[in-house]
Design a protein around this ligand. Sequence first.
Ligand code: PMP
Length: 306
Amino acid sequence: MIEPSGSFWLDGALVPSTTGAHLLTHTLHTGFGVLEGIRCYRLDDGSVRMFRGRDHMRRLLESAAALGMEAPNDLDQLVAAGAEAVRANELADAYLRPLVYSGEPNVIFAHWLNTTHVAMIAFPWTGYSDRDRAAGTTATVSPYPRPAALASFYKAKACGHYVLSVTAYSDARRRGYGQAIFCDENGLVAESTGENVFAVIDDVVCTPSSASPILMGITRDAVLKIAGDDLGYAVAERDLTVDELYRADEVFTTGTASELLPVPEIDGHKIGTGALGPVTSRIQERFNALTHGRFPDTRGWLDVEI
Ligand code: PMP
């Protein structure tokens, strides 16, 4: 359950979090809108910072542009607005949900006739309560494919993409799995319903490339840099088959909300020993140290102070 914070930021001002949207809101009817998810962490020194806040807001603008939406705010304004929403609610470990949505009165296709709104919604967050960092979550390969021809479309974090995610996720849960992994229609692994997928195969940390219909995750990028540059693992952005995933030494997912999460079992196939693997665990530890300021932030990832 999400605990609603006292106020949201909407179109330039703080408003009570009970503020609703009009029932004719275009995005509500069509999914035509874009969103982000950003983590804020309380560092060991007591300060509160966004993790890669500017990168997330940049992706929000890129997602809006990909859909032909004109966001009324520039990057600096979005970063300041997000920080204000977190600060106003005195949050520390938090999740920030920026949302660019198309308003009323037109609900059909001519979105340009509507006002484009920007909302910043923040709430306390320390991770999914049902997803343990060490135990991870089981997964199944989803019967719902992601079209490979839409690889670039899926680079936008569009609201409507999540219809497929919610459908695949609920199908997986109904069948007793914790998560669903999308393939493209050629059977190549894409990503999970809300995370990128990694496999450790013969000491190489592998993940699908940008040619796959995936979101270019910011955690994915951080993990590639941590694994490759900082920890010295070989990394590869390449095609992955389901069969490779079943036989991998380790599989884990990456995302803002759940960070790095091991996948101990896929469709009944035990992955490696079925326990948290050494590579996943090392990357997880370094990621944790970085997000909490326990390791030098040489890349400036803790970029926005609240
Ligand atoms: N794929 C999808 C479909 C997602 O929704 C997310 C979460 N934003 C990710 C991957 C991971 O992206 P990030 O690491 O930027 O949170």
